[in-house]
Design a protein around this ligand. Structure first.
Ligand SMILES: NC(=O)C1=CN([C@@H]2O[C@H](COP(=O)(O)OP(=O)(O)OC[C@H]3O[C@@H](n4cnc5c(N)ncnc54)[C@H](O)[C@@H]3O)[C@@H](O)[C@H]2O)[C@@H](O)CC1
Length: 450
């Protein structure tokens, strides 16, 4: 058993169907899985209980409840007072949520919701078995009005996507993992990203070795977005970074605070990676047909995504681009517009929505938000569990777009999917700070990672 985050390597995720297949095969030669599960829960309970009061174990009707009962027995054997039932004992030292796990298949009943509320109000830390009750393992969304908000979640046998995206992170608390001694024997449903190395720099390299980026955006009043993207591309180590600023006279500097940045035009930089849309306003719609046809690698963000959502003719141009040459970086509202649905419906299945959008537009899609999803046609999707609320700040998306463009400029042979996986995770880790982070400071933190 181990605490999972921050990840130190890429890890496999398995959805409910895959977890059930792995479990069924494992049970043939290891029929004692529930004993192992209950023992792991009891051990973590001993480490996380607060005080000497009884451990309350709330058990549901299926095997999740079975794990809870085994844990209760093990705790009692260790001399710990234990209370099994749907109502809290007096002054519990820990509450174990063993109500619903992988078998959750409908909105919780009123009685179940009442037990959730009692768990939440009992005053003890909550340890969820496998996943917080009421949370769907595939999507990270509550199946009904509420799901348990745990302080710790010990997930068993496999890691499930819903722990890491959507509402998963808010409900799981600290995530622990015990594989019960079983190695997964089928391909993962998705990858949970680990850290990525910075692009290699040869001792004999020069600025021409590290590629070019052109940021197209910065309409009147919105130059900051394009400048943040350009600064992030520069911080990544890109050799030359140009800004095509739609709202700034040609003889003005690209960024008075960053003299390394140059003015430039995408039309005369045919080898540059285009980072398109940051603060671009509506005018980007006119430039997009040319950019989509001319630039070999594109990261498309913000207003350019909205322009594509509004103009179906641009979808055809996107689909006509070579495989692996385009990254879209929508936040949920932008992705919802691109798919023609509302944000709540999109958030209900982030992994599914990102895959659908990637297939529809033949692009790599980075669906931003808690547990960013990276999906590409014919690639296994990835989830990013790094990052935190400090990234919920104006400009952090512009920084991501520029950072991806800068990484790609230095690694022209890398696929859009590989660049997105590497860049999203590094950007998220750089944003792991307590409190508030300004996007400009995020760029400086990223420069430390490059
Ligand atoms: N079988 C084994 O040996 C192992 C089982 N494991 C545990 O088993 C769990 C899966 O067990 P199950 O498949 O029995 O599923 P669960 O125990 O998660 O739930 C299934 C039961 O809950 C009911 N239910 C579903 N949704 C409900 C709702 N909204 N309100 C009220 N009742 C609801 C179902 O009718 C069924 O009776 C895993 O999450 C894990 O905790 C793991 O420990 C691995 C080993």
């Amino acid at each position: 058993m181990r605490a999972l985050l921050p990840t130190t390597a890429t890890l496999p995720l398995f959805d409910v169907a895959a977890s059930r297949r792995i479990e069924a095969r494992a049970l043939v030669h290891s029929p004692d899985l529930m004993e192992r599960a209950g023992l792991a829960v009891a051990k973590l309970a001993l480490a996380t209980r607060r005080g000497d009061g009884p451990v309350w174990v709330a058990c549901g009707p299926g095997n999740n409840g079975g794990d809870g009962r085994v844990a209760a027995r093990r705790l009692a054997e260790a001399g710990v007072p234990v209370h099994i039932g749907n109502e809290a004992p007096t002054h519990p030292s820990l509450a174990i949520d063993a109500l619903l796990g992988l078998g959750l298949n409908r909105a919780p009943t009123a009685a179940m919701l009442a037990t959730f509320a009692a768990l939440q109000a009992c005053g003890a830390p909550i340890l969820a078995v496998d996943l917080p009750s009421g949370l769907l393992a595939d999507t990270g969304q509550p199946a009904g009005a509420r799901a348990v908000r745990a302080d710790h979640t010990l997930t068993l046998l496999t890691l499930k996507p819903g722990l890491f995206t959507g509402e998963g992170r808010t409900h799981c608390g600290r995530i622990w993992f015990d594989d019960l001694g079983i190695a997964p024997d089928e391909p993962a449903t998705a990858d949970l990203l680990g850290p990525s190395p910075a692009p290699a720099r040869s001792p004999t390299s020069h600025k021409g070795s590290h590629g070019q980026v052109v940021v197209v955006g910065g309409a009147p009043g919105m130059q900051g977005a394009a400048r943040l993207a350009a600064r992030a591309a520069l911080a990544s180590g890109a050799g030359r970074v140009y800004a095509e600023l739609l709202g700034v006279a040609d003889d003005e500097p690209a960024d008075p605070g960053r003299p390394e940045l140059m003015r430039g035009r995408a039309t005369v930089l045919p080898q540059a990676v285009g980072v398109v849309g940051c603060g671009a306003g509506a005018r980007i719609a006119d430039a997009l047909p040319h950019l989509l046809k001319a630039l070999p690698r594109l990261v498309i963000d913000a207003d350019a995504l909205n322009a594509i959502a509004a103009e179906p003719a641009l979808h055809g141009l996107l689909r006509a681009r070579p495989v692996g040459s385009t990254v879209l970086t929508p936040h949920p509202l932008e992705a919802a517009r691109l798919l023609g649905r509302d944000t709540a419906a999109l958030q209900a299945d982030r992994l599914g929505a990102a895959r659908e959008l990637a297939d529809r537009l033949a692009c790599t899609v980075v669906l931003k938000g808690s547990g960013s999803v990276i999906a590409s046609p014919r690639e296994r999707p990835a989830l990013c569990a790094s990052g935190g609320p400090a990234l919920a700040t104006a400009g952090s998306g512009d920084v991501l777009a520029g950072w991806l463009g800068g990484l790609w400029a230095q690694q022209p042979d890398a696929s859009a999917h590989a660049i997105a996986c590497a860049g999203v995770d590094t950007h998220a880790r750089a944003g792991e700070v307590p409190g508030v982070l300004r996007a400009g400071d995020l760029v400086e933190r990223l420069a430390g990672h490059a």
